[in-house]
Design a binder for this molecule. Structure first.
Ligand code: 13P
Length: 247
C-alpha cells in the first residue's frame, strides 16, 4: 500500500545544497509508488518547486502564519505558500511548540488558515520524555488533537494528516517500541472517533516520526495504522532519503 514519506529539512541547507539534492534525489525516487514530499526552509520553496515540476514529489513548508495578511513582520501566510506552489504544511512541530512557544490555540488558527487556502496539513503531536515517564502521554496527545482540530468539520479531515513524533525520539536515535506506537495509533483513532465518527477515525492518516533512517524505516511503516513517515535528519541525505522513499 502507498505510504506517505515526508522529509523535514528543518533549518538546514543552502541554495546550492538544494540544487544538488534535487538533482540526486529526483531520479532515485522516480519509480516509487509512495507519496513523497520534501519540506525545505521557506527561502528555497520557489526554487525547489521549479526543480520538482518534472516529478510527482510534493512541496511542503515547515510552518505558516496564523494570520492571513498585514503587519506581521517576519511571518509567511498560507496564501503566500499557495502562490509559490506549496502543497502541504507542517503545523505544531514540537520544535515550534517548545522553542517558539506555540500553543494549541494558535496551532488551531494556523490549521484553519492553511485549510482555507487548500493546503494539506500535517499536524504534529507527541509527548516529552517526562510526560512519557509519568504516564501523561495519553492526555497530552488527546489535548493536542482535540484543541488542534477544534471547530473543524469532518469533511475537512481529509486534508489533515497527524504525525506522531515522540519528542524523546527526535534526533536522539532512541526509538519507541512497536507496541508503544501501536498504542498511540489507538489513542489518536479513539480521539478522532470521539470528536467525529468511527468512519473519520478509520480514514485518519497517521505518520510516525523520530529517528527514522534507511534501516528502521520499513519496520515503522509496516505498523498497522501507520500510513507513512516524517523524517528529519535522514532526509538531508538524498541517497538515504531515497532509500526510505523506496520502501
Ligand atoms: P529526526 O528524524 O531527525 O529524529 O527528526 C524527526 C522530526 O522532527 C521530523 O519532523
Amino acid at each position: 500500500m502507498k505510504k506517505l514519506i515526508y522529509g523535514n529539512f528543518k533549518m538546514n541547507s543552502t541554495l546550492l545544497d538544494i540544487e544538488k539534492y534535487t538533482e540526486t534525489f529526483i531520479p532515485k525516487v522516480s519509480l516509487s509508488k509512495n507519496e513523497i514530499a520534501i519540506f525545505p526552509p521557506f527561502t528555497y520553496l520557489m526554487f525547489a518547486k521549479q526543480k520538482l515540476t518534472s516529478s510527482k514529489i510534493l512541496l511542503g513548508a515547515q510552518n505558516v502564519s496564523s494570520e492571513s495578511k498585514g503587519a506581521f513582520t517576519g511571518e509567511v501566510s498560507a496564501q503566500m505558500l499557495k502562490s509559490v506552489g506549496v502543497d502541504i504544511v507542517l503545523i505544531g512541530h514540537s520544535e515550534r511548540r517548545k522553542l517558539f512557544l506555540e500553543k494549541n490555540e494558535i496551532i488551531n488558527k494556523k490549521i484553519k488558515e492553511a485549510l482555507s487556502l487548500g493546503l494539506k496539513v500535517v499536524l504534529c503531536v507527541g509527548e516529552t520524555k517526562s510526560e512519557r515517564l509519568n504516564n501523561r502521554y495519553t492526555e497530552v496527545i488527546q489535548k493536542e488533537i482535540s484543541e488542534g482540530l477544534k471547530g473543524l468539520y469532518e469533511n475537512e479531515l481529509k486534508n489533515i494528516i497527524i504525525a506522531y513524533e515522540p519528542i524523546w525520539s527526535i534526533g536522539t536515535g532512541v526509538v519507541p517500541e512497536v507496541k508503544q506506537i501501536e498504542e498511540v495509533v489507538k489513542i489518536i483513532k479513539t480521539e478522532i472517533s470521539n470528536e467525529y465518527s468511527l468512519n473519520a477515525s478509520k480514514n485518519a492518516k497517521i505518520l510516525y516520526g523520530g529517528s527514522v533512517n534507511a534501516i528502521n524505516a520499513k519496520s515503522f511503516a509496516s505498523i498497522p495504522g501507520i500510513g507513512g513517515l516524517l523524517v528529519g535528519g535522514a532526509s538531508l541525505n538524498p541517497e538515504e532519503f531515497a532509500k526510505i522513499c523506496n520502501i
